[in-house]
Ligand binder design. Sequence first.
Ligand code: SAH
Ligand code: SF4
Length: 342
Amino acid sequence: MKNLRDFTYEDLQREVAEYGEKPYRATQLFSWIYQKRAADIDSMTDISKVFREMLKENCYVGADTVLDVKEASDGTKKFLSELSDGSRIESVLIPESDRLTLCVSSQAGCALGCKFCMTGMTGFTRNLNLSELTNQVFSAFTLLQEGEHITNIVLMGMGEPLNNFDNVVRFAKILTDGKGFGFSHNKVTLSTAGLVPGIRRLGAESNINLAVSLNATTDEVRDRLMPINKKYPLEELMEALRDYPLQGKKHITIEYVVIKNVNDTIEDARRLLYLLRGLPCKVNLIPFNPFPGARFQAPDAHKVMVMSKILKDGGYTVMVRSSKGSEIQAACGQLRGWHEGA
Ligand code: SAH
Ligand code: SF4
């Protein structure tokens, strides 16, 4: 049996053709799935009963089970979903003054093993398929209050999205399709640890926003924090970022997790300015979020402020990302199935 939430528009076109149905059936189905959020095939009432019965022989509409929801005092909600094979993933709804962002996981676990990241420390299980990506959006809809709308989607949850490239690009297409979820491509952001070939491919195949977790200003420190840097060192990464097609108005987001006594100095801020020269970007400074067993510490607030000032004086827009939902460990890098003891 096939989950209709695993189908892109093109897949649906192929599927309806196999049944000898007219192409407009694909448009109808697509709209039932993503816009009207049909929970089953029977509720797709403008599709003939005969075709619905045929479809039901091979296809269904499948959600993933939300096992648990935790809400922090700032309104951040983290939810845990169980997938068909029992794997567990987390997603986070983050309310801010003028937006409501859904942070989506792209993999169960992550193979890249960054030393400051709880997901990275717990290893890799598998890539998520398309329905497991879209189901995080459907599940989030069920958690919204009256009048609330998701305004932004970020692929910044568990996993390295560019290591699940095909499904993530298919997901981005559905998110930004007017007949799909209908988000503007400016409202969808993918965050990567810096997989250079994936960044180049993404630039060619998608027009969503790019965020890159830089996190260090020298190869020596970055090698230590993020093993992927040995494969794609800073110079190669920065070159790929400079080549990334920005389509006019957009910039790249540079994420920088500030870790006490590791990458928090005035020299780091100056080196960062040098690395970023000429790159249209804004910088998010993310104070490291400690977790049980972490071998690093949160930075001193004033050091983060000093770095922020140097970058601002250098002409960049800088955001210090507050630790949203940190008491429910919903902050960046704190995601892993909490039933597994997190
Ligand atoms: N794999 C992708 C996306 C998921 S990680 C990537 O690395 O970009 C999302 C963000 O969380 C990254 O910017 C990462 O640097 C940050 N992060 C990971 N662990 C963290 C921690 N303990 N404290 C603060 N930020 C963390
Ligand atoms: Fe994976 Fe991103 Fe965590 Fe690194 S920071 S281990 S790439 S999820």
